[in-house]
Ligand binder design. Structure first.
Ligand SMILES: [Ca+2]
Length: 244
């Protein structure tokens, strides 16, 4: 979500993501709204600091009033409210994840019994608009199903382009974003033909067996942070010791 700020604000350099704020505060910053600047545009985001400085790129509450049935331009620049449910914007996801330091994607799911499941993909990158904001996912870990890089439902989301109701980039003979589920269209997503997971389906958040109409989930988040360079350095040092 781009901010409408007075001109002098644009001369200020903001941190590039929530993790930078988290590190600068030595872990003391609180969850909430922050301004970051992944590239040129300062943008408002929600930072999850409790879990270690994650930049929230998507948040949905089942049956929320925020409409996820949106066109390409809305998904490009984001919509909703950073205090509640929102999509940060494919363009900003691209800017955030296109750096020499790889990014990690974390998906957090909460069901009606308040049980938390999570899935992480490392690395995670969203390509540019010319590539239709294609998703690139690396190694999985977590206690949720790997619903994005495993095709256990015959649909594979990794490497798919983004599809919205006005831009059909999916592998189905119709447009997956327009297909209705209990009267609600699927919304924009990295569809195959169509989905083993879709966190933008407003009435029934979908993540294979973890979130569906039999096992309803109340909340979902998608958040990112860079892989920690200090950890990479320390790993490299221990490798050298092993060789000696
Ligand atoms: Ca299609």
């Amino acid at each position: 979500m781009i901010l409408s700020l007075p001109f002098f604000f644009l001369l200020t350099e903001y941190p590039r993501d929530c993790y930078e704020i988290f590190k600068q505060s030595e872990g003391h910053s609180k969850d909430g709204l922050y301004v970051i600047q992944p590239n040129k545009d300062p943008i408002a985001v929600y930072c999850n600091m409790q879990d270690g400085g994650w930049t929230v790129i998507q948040h949905i509450t089942a049956n929320s009033t925020v409409d996820f049935d949106r066109a390409w331009q809305d998904y490009k620049y984001g919509f909703g409210s950073v205090h509640e449910n929102y999509w940060l914007g494919n363009e900003y996801m691209h800017q955030l994840t296109s750096t020499p330091t790889p990014y990690i994607l974390r998906v957090k799911l909460v069901n009606l019994n308040a049980e938390i499941k999570w899935a992480e993909y490392e690395p995670f990158q969203i390509e540019d608009e010319e590539s239709q904001y294609r998703i690139r996912l690396g190694l999985y870990k977590g206690n949720a199903v790997d619903a994005l890089t495993q095709d256990t439902e015959a649909y594979l989301h990794d490497n798919q382009k983004f599809t919205t109701k006005d831009k059909d980039n999916d592998n189905y003979f119709q447009n997956c974003a327009k297909l209705e589920y209990n009267g609600i269209p699927g919304g924009g997503w990295w569809y195959d033909a169509c989905a083993g997971a879709n966190l933008n389906r407003r009435n029934v958040i979908y993540w294979q067996k973890d979130c569906n109409k039999e096992h309803m989930c109340k909340f979902a988040w998608m958040m990112v942070k860079p892989t920690d360079q200090s950890q990479i350095v320390s790993k490299a040092c221990s490798c050298q010791k092993d060789e000696l």
